[in-house]
Design a protein around this ligand. Structure first.
Ligand SMILES: [Zn+2]
Length: 131
């Protein structure tokens, strides 16, 4: 609280100092120039703050989108349908089509994640979390 008040005093002091310095160049109309420069500084502070805030919000939303994309990502072992039955670690995503290159036969392979369902036994049934 004390430090933010100190910053405010410092900002006001700096603003009025700049206004005074510019106004000193035009000594005949000192107070007119002083007022105009002070108002211009306040307006530019407000505009800068608005742009900076918008930029922060945009950056936050971008990072959220990246986070969401990354949460769809899973590394898993998949077996190539070629004759070698080569198994390799592949980056599988649930939000896009997955195409990877088999390291053994050098062919492009399309991989689709499949969810398998099984009947649960009674103890598991009572521990269900979804649905
Ligand atoms: Zn292969």
């Amino acid at each position: 609280m004390k430090s933010s008040f100190g910053k405010l005093i410092y900002s006001i002091f700096l603003t009025l100092s700049i206004s005074s310095l510019v106004a000193l160049i035009f000594k005949d109309v000192f107070w007119n120039v002083f007022a105009i420069v002070t108002i211009l500084q306040i307006i530019s502070f407000v505009i800068f703050n608005r742009i900076y805030t918008n930029w922060l919000i945009l950056a936050l939303e971008k990072s959220k989108a990246v986070q969401l994309k990354e949460s769809n990502r899973n590394y898993t072992h998949v077996e190539c349908p070629c004759s070698q039955k080569y198994s390799q670690l592949v980056d599988i995503r649930f939000d896009t089509k997955n195409i990877y290159r088999c390291l053994q036969c050098d062919k492009d392979i399309s991989a689709t994640p499949i969810i398998t369902t099984v009947n649960t036994s009674d103890p598991l049934y009572f521990n269900k979390k979804n649905g």
